[in-house]
Design a protein around this ligand. Structure first.
Ligand code: ATP
Length: 448
């Protein structure tokens, strides 16, 4: 079937031909007999040029002049159907240009609120539905898409099955203070914070599973790394050691970066992301240090002139400044392993011979992006898990299905979760997580 419209990304396949493009006018310039339109259609931006004499020749004096006038007066974000001949153009970054032969207005746009001048963040967030049309936001969404695509590809290639965990749940996965509650026919249901507990059932049924869906955290954080609704990919696998689990996570993160380099190079260019630096994260092995080594390192450097984090004792949890310092110190993604049991979730398995520490790892992204992955080996021994839950005063009746997994053919297993928006922010090199999701939900933001 021949298509009426060619997308801007594909004009390279039509050099010298007349094509029809459905697009929006992002910007316009020109003078006298010539008009330049910056067109966008979501796949890319490129320039289209209208030359008045060509219109007069093709359509006659009156109609030709009227058509050219329409083009000259097009306002920002007017949608148009443009016909033109694709030309190679070495001066433009995109490499191609359109020589306009005809143009029809599809939808008018009067006083588009987001002009090429600078706007404040609140204004842009209030107009998120329109802000998404801008060049930088398009690039970030293309990177997000490449990361999602690479996720499915990686897990498929590594023998994982997509296993969707529920969003509504009758119990809490971890911290009940961070749960959104909702009425469920007169009972309380919670919105999922993580699919992990259910994925463990999947790992016992199917060996290697992953899920990818929205999760919800009612934490009142106002940092540039926290959303109240974000998309999490959880993976869970049976018969894998802690070290093998870290190998898998490293391979996955590298596959995501490679996926963006392969599938969204123009997006990285628009964002002026340092591509050589991204490539170095693929080429170099990730650093692995234990929590206790990290504390020693932080203590040894706390008097340095360029550090500004608080003193920590062994047993304390890191804050953002500590995570930032650690990952900057190594300059590559860094796994911090074996945290104190007291500051981690109940289901993590203790380090053999050291019950104070658990077999877990957080992956800290370099350049100050902070934690992108949290993972662990799970407690697979029924009696030990029950003892831990009793110690924490947990209601075991809420976790019967979870305990059953330890009763019937329990095996060593582990997994990890990655917040896709944290990964997008890191690869895109943007500052704030709110731009990494189409419509961010945050403490003070539920609209649009
Ligand atoms: P943090 O300490 O940064 O709040 P966490 O320890 O609560 O994170 P986990 O529960 O281990 O995080 O969740 C796994 C992953 O989900 C994190 O590594 C991160 O990538 C992502 N994540 C966690 N909380 C958020 C959030 N509020 N917004 C966006 N992503 C998040």
């Amino acid at each position: 079937m021949s298509k009426k419209f060619v997308s801007i990304r594909d004009v390279k396949d039509h050099v010298g031909q007349e094509v029809t493009i459905g697009a929006w006018v992002a910007n316009k310039s020109g003078k006298g007999k010539i008009a330049f339109l910056q067109l966008r259609d979501g796949t890319a931006y490129f320039q289209a040029v209208a030359f008045k004499p060509n219109f007069l020749e093709k359509f006659g004096e009156t109609e030709g002049a009227a058509k050219f006038e329409t083009i000259k007066k097009l306002s920002q974000e007017t949608s148009v159907e443009v016909k033109g001949i694709v030309k190679e153009d070495e001066r433009s970054k995109f490499g191609y240009e359109l020589d306009i032969t005809d143009l029809q207005v599809i939808g008018h746009s009067v006083d588009y609120p987001i002009t090429p001048k600078e706007h404040g963040t609140d204004f842009l967030m209030d107009h998120r539905h329109l802000w998404l049309r801008s060049r930088k936001q398009m690039a970030i969404m293309q990177i997000r898409n490449a990361i999602i695509y690479a996720t499915y590809e990686f897990f498929d290639q590594n023998g994982f099955i997509k296993f969707d965990s529920p969003i509504l749940s009758g119990n809490a996965a971890e911290d009940s203070t961070e749960l959104f509650e909702t009425d469920y026919f007169g009972n309380t249901a919670y919105l999922s914070q993580s699919g992990q507990l259910y994925l463990e059932a999947g790992a016992m049924a199917l060996g290697r599973v992953f899920d990818f869906g929205p999760v919800f955290r009612a934490e009142k954080s106002k940092t540039r790394r926290h959303l109240t609704e974000f998309w999490m990919m959880d993976a869970e696998y049976s018969f894998l050691s802690h070290e093998e689990s870290l190998d898998l996570q490293e391979a996955y993160v590298k596959a995501l970066i490679q996926g963006v380099l392969d599938r969204a190079p123009q997006a990285l260019e628009i964002l002026e992301r340092d591509v050589e630096l991204l490539k170095s994260y693929i080429a170099e092995p990730f650093k692995r240090i234990s929590y206790d080594e990290a504390i020693d390192l932080l203590q040894a450097h706390e008097q340095d002139a360029d550090t500004d984090y608080e003193h920590l004792e062994h047993g304390d949890d890191f804050g953002s400044p500590h995570e930032t310092w650690i990952s900057n110190h190594f300059g590559v993604p860094t796994f911090v392993t074996n945290y104190p049991a007291a500051i981690k979730a109940f289901y993590m398995k203790p380090v053999p011979g050291n019950p104070e520490r658990v077999l877990c790892a957080d992956l800290l992204a370099p350049e100050g992006y902070g934690e992108i992955i949290g993972g662990s080996i799970r407690e697979d021994d029924y009696a030990d898990l029950v003892a831990k839950m009793d110690e924490l005063g947990m209601d075991k009746s809420e976790y019967e299905f979870y305990l059953d997994l330890r009763k019937y053919g329990s095996v060593p297993h582990g997994g990890f979760g990655i917040g896709i928006e944290r990964m997008v922010t890191f690869v895109a090199g943007t500052k704030h997580i709110r731009e990494a999701i189409p419509f961010p939900r945050m403490l003070h933001r539920l609209r649009p």
